[in-house]
Design a protein around this ligand. Structure first.
Ligand SMILES: N[C@@H](CCC(=O)N[C@@H](CS)C(=O)NCC(=O)O)C(=O)O
Length: 224
């Protein structure tokens, strides 16, 4: 039975990107269905399978899993060879901690720098609480790369769940020209070099739907 993932707009839906890129980058096969967050029938369609009425939601036969991190956990159990979590307990504990920190935190950053893939790279002044989020994320990336990243270009070496959770943050930092130090910048380059990233990006910039609440230059819509 093929896995099926319902996601929102590739241009804007950062939560959708997380399980999508986790599956693409580790070779887990699935079919996708994109429903724009502003579609009139969004709630009716998504609500049939998602407890929260939100995307992303993964269906595996009659098993339906919503919440991005729960989906990634489901995938990690079903596809252990995908290596979504590091095999070493110390690294795995750390990876789960930073993934959960992303899932439950960084609200100022998420509000102020919405994911918007088609916006040209342009800086945006950052309030103090957003700068604090940026510095924490920069520390997480640098710390993970330094302690655990020897086996590859990602947080714990090979691409995994923690990278999937932070991929949309890479997009935000890129779009709003957020300055980060060398190790964090190299990490961003590695994420943006993934074929899965290119595939998501190519589809995102072609989407027709504009969501004013995620366009920080509104009423202007800047499209690269
Ligand atoms: N904590 C959830 C967040 C899901 C979420 O907020 N999804 C947004 C799109 S990025 C959504 O479905 N919004 C539509 C709505 O709230 O009606 C997760 O990790 O999946």
């Amino acid at each position: 039975m093929t896995l099926s993932l319902i996601i929102g707009n590739k241009n804007y839906s950062s939560w959708s990107m997380r399980p999508w890129i986790a599956m693409k980058a580790t070779g887990i096969e699935f079919s996708e269905q994109v429903i724009s967050l502003n579609a009139p029938d969004f709630k009716a369609r998504v609500g049939k399978v998602s407890g929260t009425g939100k995307v992303p939601v993964l269906s595996d036969g009659d098993v339906h899993v919503w919440e991005s991190l729960a989906i990634i956990e489901y995938l990690a159990e079903k596809f252990p060879k995908a290596g979504l979590w590091p095999s070493a307990p110390r690294a795995r504990g750390y990876a789960r901690a930073v993934a959960t920190e992303m899932h439950g935190g960084f609200m100022p950053l998420r509000r102020h720098l919405p994911m918007n893939m088609w916006r040209p790279v342009l800086p945006r002044p950052l309030p103090e609480e957003v700068v604090a989020n940026v510095r924490r994320i920069e520390h997480i990336w640098t710390d993970c790369r330094t302690r655990f990243g020897q086996g590859g270009r990602f947080l714990f070496g090979p691409f995994g769940a923690a990278d999937a959770m932070y991929a949309p943050v890479v997009s935000r930092f890129h779009t709003y020209a957020v300055e980060v130090s060398g190790v964090a910048r190299e990490y961003m380059t590695a994420i943006m070099a993934l074929p899965a990233w290119a595939e998501w990006y190519a589809a995102a910039v072609k989407e027709p739907w504009v969501l004013p609440e995620d366009e920080v230059d509104w009423p202007t819509v800047l499209r690269a």
